[in-house]
Design a protein around this ligand. Structure first.
Ligand SMILES: [Zn+2]
Ligand SMILES: [Zn+2]
Ligand SMILES: [Zn+2]
Ligand SMILES: [Zn+2]
Length: 423
């Protein structure tokens, strides 16, 4: 994957086609019911949207080789995760798509410490998903299930937090000049995906680590078969803990897989800064060009809408996004934040967001990601390609403690109706 940005994000938003929902299936009725439930909320929702300050996330190619290492507490998209707690990383079923059983792909991580909470001095959220659209289509039925019903997900999010003083990082702030090092090593990661724990070892060389048999097989076929013999031949006394899986050094582990999404650094900016820019640019030639294009995109989309609620939702969404059309993430950790929904259907009601499974407290909106990310990831626009309208992450409002290193939080995917129509 070459990672090149595919076209202009505004232009690409056209892909979020909303076609008439003429399939009279259960799915739709379910979504319409929820739309009705929402009708009453509509007014306060708009008020709150205006009040809550939102931080926007933009992605760009990393400036240097070390800026995305875990001891620099990065926010990043694509590639492999920079695990905050490098030892107690999720394992077992947590790493797998519950639909197809394949290891999940890393989507992005957001470094979001909570200043007033000592135990969350460092805090990062990690989002994973299965790249299969077939799995995501099955996933959408699962997210409507309410506890204690068991859900099978193809999209998962984990929260990890550490106090100021912890075994993995110095309590001094990193210098960010390329000389920083983590204080402690991490577990061996899979040599293929670089994502999950590599607790299985190649039985021949005993040096290559894997998260799953599947990744061992693909690595074998794509070159380890040869590399393995060389490892056996030239370094019989090679210490298996050295330079393979363990992330002791300040260097990043080499990842063999070529199917990871391309890696980007995430940069944050306050949305309010774009309010000013918009008004300054209004009337200027270059701004007018993009404004006209946004209007055209909207007009063509609006003509395909059936209902007023979708029209209104899309208009609000577009108006906000148009301030900074390259944004891939909107962040606002607040009990009253609700996210910006491209469509009125397929949104969760309050009751659809399960309570925190660790403290039983409420969960609140924390961030959402936008379909622009798919273009940066080079995801094609075929019928069976991965596609979504928005992905919203809800986390424990108290950001509670639990003995587990990575706490699974709740993620909601709003599908574009285009994909809903795929049988
Ligand atoms: Zn899957
Ligand atoms: Zn793996
Ligand atoms: Zn081997
Ligand atoms: Zn909790």
């Amino acid at each position: 994957m070459d990672g090149s940005v595919k076209g202009d994000p505004i232009e690409e938003l056209k892909e979020l086609q909303i076609t008439s929902l003429d399939d009279d299936d259960d799915e739709e009725r379910e979504q319409e019911m929820v739309t009705d439930e929402y009708e009453d909320d509509d007014d306060d929702e708009e008020d709150e949207e205006e009040q809550e300050p939102v931080t926007l996330g933009f992605i760009e190619k990393p400036k240097n080789s070390w800026s995305l290492l875990r001891h620099l507490f990065p926010s990043k998209a694509g590639g492999s995760p920079a695990w905050l707690d490098p030892i107690n990383i999720p394992s077992g079923r947590s790493c797998l798509c519950d639909m197809c059983g394949e290891p999940l792909h890393f989507v992005l991580q957001v470094y979001a410490p909570i200043v007033e909470k000592e135990s969350a001095f460092h805090r990062t959220l990690f989002l994973f998903m299965c790249p299969s659209m077939a799995c995501l289509l099955r996933d959408q039925h699962e997210q409507w299930k309410r506890p204690p019903e068991k859900t099978s997900r193809s999209v998962k999010v984990f929260r990890c937090q550490l106090p100021h003083s912890n075994p993995f990082y110095s309590s001094e702030a990193p210098k960010c000049d390329g000389t920083d090092k983590p204080s402690g090593p991490g577990v061996s990661l899979c040599n293929w995906c670089g994502t999950w724990k590599g607790d299985k070892v190649c039985s021949s060389c005993r040096k290559a680590h894997y998260c799953s048999q599947k990744h061992q097989v693909v690595h074998w076929r794509s070159g380890h078969k040869i590399e393995c013999q060389q490892l056996n031949l030239f370094s019989p006394s090679f210490d298996s803990n050295h330079g393979n899986g363990e992330t002791t050094s300040a260097q990043r582990q080499k990842v063999a897989s070529n199917s990871l999404w391309p890696e980007y650094e995430m940069i944050n900016e306050d949305e309010s800064e774009y309010d000013t820019e918009m008004s300054e640019y209004n009337g200027q030639t270059n701004a007018l060009v993009s404004k006209t294009r946004v209007d055209d995109t909207m007009k063509s989309l609006l003509s395909t809408f059936e209902g007023d609620s979708d029209r209104k939702s899309w208009a609000t969404f577009q108006e906000r996004i148009a301030k900074a059309p390259d944004q891939v993430l909107r962040y606002c950790r607040s009990a009253s934040a609700k996210g910006l929904w491209p469509m009125s259907g397929g949104r969760p009601s309050k009751a659809d967001i399960p309570k925190c499974s660790y403290c039983s407290g409420p969960r609140c909106f924390e961030f959402q990601i936008l379909p622009q990310l798919l273009y940066y990831f080079g995801v094609k626009n075929d019928v069976d390609s991965l596609d979504w309208a928005t992905i919203v992450v809800y986390t424990c409002e108290a950001s509670c403690e639990a003995s587990v290193g990575y706490k699974e939080e709740f993620v909601w995917v709003q599908h574009s109706s285009q994909s809903v129509n795929v049988p």
